[in-house]
Design a protein around this ligand. Structure first.
Ligand SMILES: [Fe+2]
Ligand SMILES: [Fe+2]
Length: 221
Protein backbone atom coordinates (compact mmCIF):
# COMPACT_ATOMS: atom_id res chain seq x y z
CA UNK A 1 0.00 0.00 0.00
CA UNK A 2 2.98 2.25 0.55
CA UNK A 3 3.23 5.32 -1.72
CA UNK A 4 6.91 5.98 -2.37
CA UNK A 5 6.77 9.12 -4.46
CA UNK A 6 4.50 11.86 -5.77
CA UNK A 7 4.72 12.63 -9.49
CA UNK A 8 4.09 16.29 -10.19
CA UNK A 9 1.72 17.48 -12.96
CA UNK A 10 4.60 18.87 -15.04
CA UNK A 11 5.97 15.37 -15.68
CA UNK A 12 5.41 14.14 -19.26
CA UNK A 13 3.57 10.87 -19.86
CA UNK A 14 6.74 9.09 -21.04
CA UNK A 15 8.54 10.11 -17.87
CA UNK A 16 5.62 8.85 -15.77
CA UNK A 17 5.89 5.46 -17.48
CA UNK A 18 9.63 5.38 -16.80
CA UNK A 19 9.00 6.11 -13.12
CA UNK A 20 6.41 3.35 -13.01
CA UNK A 21 8.86 0.84 -14.46
CA UNK A 22 11.38 1.63 -11.71
CA UNK A 23 8.97 0.47 -9.00
CA UNK A 24 9.09 -2.98 -7.39
CA UNK A 25 6.16 -5.30 -6.69
CA UNK A 26 3.97 -3.92 -3.92
CA UNK A 27 5.26 -0.36 -4.33
CA UNK A 28 3.08 2.56 -5.29
CA UNK A 29 3.23 6.16 -6.32
CA UNK A 30 0.89 9.10 -6.44
CA UNK A 31 0.17 10.65 -9.82
CA UNK A 32 -0.93 14.31 -9.72
CA UNK A 33 -2.47 15.97 -12.78
CA UNK A 34 -4.20 19.25 -13.60
CA UNK A 35 -6.66 17.41 -15.83
CA UNK A 36 -8.21 13.97 -16.03
CA UNK A 37 -5.37 11.44 -16.57
CA UNK A 38 -7.71 8.90 -18.20
CA UNK A 39 -5.71 8.73 -21.49
CA UNK A 40 -2.49 8.09 -19.57
CA UNK A 41 -4.14 5.38 -17.45
CA UNK A 42 -5.50 3.76 -20.61
CA UNK A 43 -1.98 3.78 -22.03
CA UNK A 44 -0.58 2.19 -18.85
CA UNK A 45 -3.16 -0.60 -19.16
CA UNK A 46 -2.50 -1.07 -22.87
CA UNK A 47 1.29 -1.24 -22.55
CA UNK A 48 1.42 -3.17 -19.25
CA UNK A 49 -1.93 -4.97 -19.04
CA UNK A 50 -1.18 -6.95 -15.86
CA UNK A 51 1.37 -4.92 -13.94
CA UNK A 52 -0.57 -2.11 -12.19
CA UNK A 53 -3.69 -1.41 -10.18
CA UNK A 54 -4.86 2.14 -9.65
CA UNK A 55 -7.61 4.14 -7.96
CA UNK A 56 -8.40 7.83 -7.49
CA UNK A 57 -7.44 9.90 -4.43
CA UNK A 58 -8.86 13.13 -5.83
CA UNK A 59 -11.23 13.40 -8.77
CA UNK A 60 -11.08 16.94 -10.21
CA UNK A 61 -12.20 19.41 -11.23
CA UNK A 62 -9.00 21.38 -10.52
CA UNK A 63 -6.71 18.52 -9.56
CA UNK A 64 -6.63 14.78 -10.15
CA UNK A 65 -4.62 12.37 -8.02
CA UNK A 66 -4.29 8.62 -8.47
CA UNK A 67 -2.63 5.91 -6.41
CA UNK A 68 -0.85 3.60 -8.86
CA UNK A 69 0.29 0.32 -7.34
CA UNK A 70 2.51 -2.44 -8.71
CA UNK A 71 0.60 -5.69 -8.33
CA UNK A 72 2.35 -8.26 -6.14
CA UNK A 73 1.77 -10.95 -8.76
CA UNK A 74 1.27 -9.95 -12.40
CA UNK A 75 -1.24 -12.77 -12.91
CA UNK A 76 -4.53 -12.54 -14.79
CA UNK A 77 -7.05 -10.07 -13.46
CA UNK A 78 -10.10 -10.93 -11.40
CA UNK A 79 -12.82 -8.79 -9.84
CA UNK A 80 -11.79 -10.32 -6.53
CA UNK A 81 -8.15 -9.24 -6.76
CA UNK A 82 -8.87 -5.67 -7.84
CA UNK A 83 -11.75 -4.82 -5.54
CA UNK A 84 -10.27 -6.59 -2.48
CA UNK A 85 -7.11 -4.55 -3.08
CA UNK A 86 -9.29 -1.43 -3.14
CA UNK A 87 -11.01 -2.46 0.13
CA UNK A 88 -7.59 -2.79 1.81
CA UNK A 89 -6.40 0.50 0.32
CA UNK A 90 -9.47 2.31 1.65
CA UNK A 91 -9.21 0.65 5.09
CA UNK A 92 -5.64 1.92 5.35
CA UNK A 93 -6.65 5.51 4.48
CA UNK A 94 -9.44 5.46 7.08
CA UNK A 95 -7.12 4.07 9.78
CA UNK A 96 -4.63 6.86 9.12
CA UNK A 97 -7.38 9.50 9.16
CA UNK A 98 -8.66 8.21 12.52
CA UNK A 99 -5.16 8.14 14.05
CA UNK A 100 -4.57 11.73 12.95
CA UNK A 101 -7.91 12.93 14.31
CA UNK A 102 -7.34 11.20 17.65
CA UNK A 103 -4.04 13.06 17.97
CA UNK A 104 -5.83 16.30 16.98
CA UNK A 105 -4.11 16.78 13.64
CA UNK A 106 -7.40 17.87 12.17
CA UNK A 107 -6.25 19.38 8.90
CA UNK A 108 -4.38 16.21 7.87
CA UNK A 109 -7.27 14.08 9.15
CA UNK A 110 -9.76 16.05 7.05
CA UNK A 111 -7.55 15.72 3.94
CA UNK A 112 -7.44 11.94 4.37
CA UNK A 113 -11.16 11.76 5.13
CA UNK A 114 -11.74 13.56 1.81
CA UNK A 115 -9.49 11.01 0.06
CA UNK A 116 -11.43 8.21 1.73
CA UNK A 117 -14.72 9.69 0.57
CA UNK A 118 -13.55 10.05 -3.05
CA UNK A 119 -12.23 6.50 -3.07
CA UNK A 120 -15.16 4.80 -1.37
CA UNK A 121 -17.84 6.71 -3.30
CA UNK A 122 -16.12 5.74 -6.55
CA UNK A 123 -15.75 2.13 -5.35
CA UNK A 124 -19.49 2.05 -4.65
CA UNK A 125 -20.28 3.61 -8.00
CA UNK A 126 -18.30 1.03 -9.99
CA UNK A 127 -19.96 -1.75 -8.00
CA UNK A 128 -23.47 -0.36 -8.51
CA UNK A 129 -23.08 0.66 -12.14
CA UNK A 130 -20.72 -1.97 -13.56
CA UNK A 131 -20.20 -4.98 -11.31
CA UNK A 132 -23.70 -5.48 -9.91
CA UNK A 133 -25.27 -4.93 -13.32
CA UNK A 134 -22.97 -7.59 -14.76
CA UNK A 135 -23.78 -9.93 -11.88
CA UNK A 136 -27.53 -9.38 -12.33
CA UNK A 137 -27.27 -10.10 -16.05
CA UNK A 138 -25.14 -13.20 -15.57
CA UNK A 139 -27.29 -14.72 -12.85
CA UNK A 140 -30.68 -13.36 -13.96
CA UNK A 141 -31.22 -11.88 -10.50
CA UNK A 142 -32.13 -8.32 -9.63
CA UNK A 143 -35.00 -7.46 -7.31
CA UNK A 144 -34.80 -9.40 -4.09
CA UNK A 145 -31.36 -10.78 -5.06
CA UNK A 146 -28.08 -10.28 -3.22
CA UNK A 147 -27.23 -7.08 -5.09
CA UNK A 148 -30.35 -5.37 -3.78
CA UNK A 149 -29.15 -5.81 -0.21
CA UNK A 150 -25.69 -4.56 -1.15
CA UNK A 151 -27.12 -1.49 -2.88
CA UNK A 152 -29.09 -0.62 0.27
CA UNK A 153 -25.97 -1.00 2.40
CA UNK A 154 -24.13 1.35 0.02
CA UNK A 155 -26.63 4.09 0.89
CA UNK A 156 -25.94 3.67 4.64
CA UNK A 157 -22.18 3.49 4.04
CA UNK A 158 -22.18 6.75 2.08
CA UNK A 159 -24.14 8.49 4.83
CA UNK A 160 -21.59 7.47 7.46
CA UNK A 161 -18.69 8.52 5.22
CA UNK A 162 -20.25 11.98 4.79
CA UNK A 163 -20.59 12.15 8.58
CA UNK A 164 -16.92 11.20 9.03
CA UNK A 165 -15.75 13.91 6.65
CA UNK A 166 -17.98 16.56 8.24
CA UNK A 167 -16.77 15.63 11.76
CA UNK A 168 -13.12 16.08 10.72
CA UNK A 169 -13.96 19.47 9.22
CA UNK A 170 -15.77 20.41 12.48
CA UNK A 171 -12.94 19.00 14.66
CA UNK A 172 -15.50 16.94 16.56
CA UNK A 173 -14.01 13.71 17.90
CA UNK A 174 -17.29 12.55 19.48
CA UNK A 175 -19.15 12.87 16.18
CA UNK A 176 -16.27 11.27 14.33
CA UNK A 177 -16.20 8.23 16.64
CA UNK A 178 -19.97 7.89 16.32
CA UNK A 179 -19.97 7.93 12.50
CA UNK A 180 -16.89 5.70 12.42
CA UNK A 181 -18.60 3.10 14.61
CA UNK A 182 -21.74 3.29 12.43
CA UNK A 183 -19.63 2.82 9.31
CA UNK A 184 -17.74 -0.21 10.61
CA UNK A 185 -21.05 -1.68 11.80
CA UNK A 186 -22.02 -2.04 8.15
CA UNK A 187 -18.79 -1.98 6.14
CA UNK A 188 -16.85 -4.88 7.68
CA UNK A 189 -19.57 -7.43 7.00
CA UNK A 190 -20.48 -5.81 3.68
CA UNK A 191 -16.93 -6.20 2.38
CA UNK A 192 -16.77 -9.78 3.66
CA UNK A 193 -19.96 -10.69 1.82
CA UNK A 194 -18.55 -9.20 -1.37
CA UNK A 195 -15.19 -10.94 -1.03
CA UNK A 196 -16.69 -14.30 0.00
CA UNK A 197 -19.70 -14.45 -2.29
CA UNK A 198 -20.31 -11.73 -4.84
CA UNK A 199 -16.84 -11.21 -6.30
CA UNK A 200 -15.93 -14.92 -6.62
CA UNK A 201 -19.37 -15.74 -8.04
CA UNK A 202 -18.99 -13.05 -10.71
CA UNK A 203 -15.47 -14.20 -11.55
CA UNK A 204 -16.64 -17.79 -11.93
CA UNK A 205 -19.38 -16.80 -14.39
CA UNK A 206 -16.89 -15.26 -16.83
CA UNK A 207 -14.10 -16.62 -18.99
CA UNK A 208 -10.64 -15.12 -18.67
CA UNK A 209 -11.11 -12.64 -21.51
CA UNK A 210 -14.51 -11.34 -20.33
CA UNK A 211 -13.22 -11.09 -16.77
CA UNK A 212 -10.24 -8.99 -17.85
CA UNK A 213 -12.55 -6.70 -19.84
CA UNK A 214 -14.83 -6.22 -16.83
CA UNK A 215 -11.93 -5.41 -14.48
CA UNK A 216 -10.51 -2.94 -17.01
CA UNK A 217 -13.90 -1.20 -17.06
CA UNK A 218 -13.77 -0.98 -13.26
CA UNK A 219 -10.20 0.33 -13.29
CA UNK A 220 -10.87 3.07 -15.81
CA UNK A 221 -14.09 4.36 -14.29
FE1 LIG B 1 -19.91 -2.62 -1.86
FE1 LIG C 1 -16.67 -3.39 -2.31
Amino acid sequence: MHIKETLEPSLQDDAVLEKLLELNEGDGLELVRGDNPQPLLERVLREYPLRYDFAPLEHGPARWRYHIHVREEPVHRTVMRYLAWDHDRLDAILTRAMDLARSEQWEEAAALAAEFRVGLFRHIEIENEILFKAFEELTGSSEGGPTEVMRHEHVDIKESVDGILQATVDHSLDELERHHANLLGVLIEHNMKEENILYPLTDRQLDEFARARLVEDLLLH
